[in-house]
Design a protein around this ligand. Structure first.
Ligand SMILES: C[S@@+](CC[C@H](N)C(=O)[O-])C[C@H]1O[C@@H](n2cnc3c(N)ncnc32)[C@H](O)[C@@H]1O
Length: 234
């Protein structure tokens, strides 16, 4: 684990694990479901794909990927917060294709897999939480096979000034208050807007994808750029 930011993030997700899925729907007005649906449609998956979902949390994206795989396909969800993985494991036990899914405790900054292992490596709503987005993407690119893809779905910075003003008022002022009311603790949902401040905008993140050696990189803004989808190929 690398330094203070990781320890802080681990603490935040340990506190909110049981409410994480409900809060996502409340705070994004269900938008996150549309973003995830869009992202799923873009994923280069075959029934036999071997996939790593980094910072899988409670497994929202891991299970969506598993549904698209055949009997030979596998998806591993990796996360460093035990409480998030406990929720994911409980869901796995009820999941019809559970033999295609595995959860692993590990650090996204130092992935416990050899080079060139997976066909696809995804990260959903978590690059922002890393001590270094570039370091994490470099690790993801390392474990993907040549010809494989690295994908991120993440909150981003709205591009139109009028919308940005409106959205930032909600994101920085209202959202932490709703979070505090529901979870009974100010800290976890004060972290959400804070984590975006130093994070690159959509074009900046494209550049980082290229810097770690990925090619044919492209991205799409979602809901006026509140979120963004990025993909690059090794
Ligand atoms: C906002 S949640 C996203 C969960 C899931 N990907 C989703 O789409 O719902 C962020 C996750 O990143 C995990 N995380 C943050 N830093 C990590 C690290 N260095 N290594 C592994 N997991 C990490 C947290 O534990 C948390 O579960």
């Amino acid at each position: 684990m690398q330094g203070d930011k990781s320890a802080y993030v681990h603490d935040v997700f340990s506190k909110i694990a049981k409410r994480y899925d409900t809060m996502n729907s409340v705070l994004s007005f269900q938008q996150h479901r549309l973003w995830r649906k869009y992202a799923m449609r873009q994923l280069p998956l075959t029934p036999a794909s071997q996939v790593l979902d980094v910072a899988a949390g409670t497994g929202a994206w891991t299970f969506a990927i598993a549904k698209r795989l055949g009997p030979g396909g596998r998806v591993i969800g990796l996360d460093f917060t035990e409480a998030m993985l406990e929720v994911a494991e409980a869901r796995r036990e009820r999941f019809p294709f559970r033999d295609r899914v595995q959860f692993v405790h590990g650090d996204a900054m130092n992935l416990p897999f050899p080079d060139n292992t997976f066909d696809l490596c995804t990260i959903g709503f978590a690059l922002r939480n890393m001590p270094s987005a570039e370091g994490c993407l470099r690790e993801m690119a390392r474990v993907v096979k040549p010809g494989g893809a690295v994908v991120s779905l993440e909150l981003s910075k709205p591009e139109a000034a009028w919308f940005r003003r409106l959205y930032y008022f909600y994101f920085y002022r209202i959202l932490p208050k709703i979070g505090e009311l529901v979870v009974g603790d100010r800290e976890p949902y004060a972290w959400l807007p804070e984590s975006l401040i130093d994070f690159p905008d959509r074009k900046g993140l494209e550049e980082i994808f290229r810097r770690v050696g990925l090619r044919d990189v492209w991205s799409r803004p979602l809901t006026f750029g509140i979120a963004a989808f990025h993909i690059g190929w090794k």
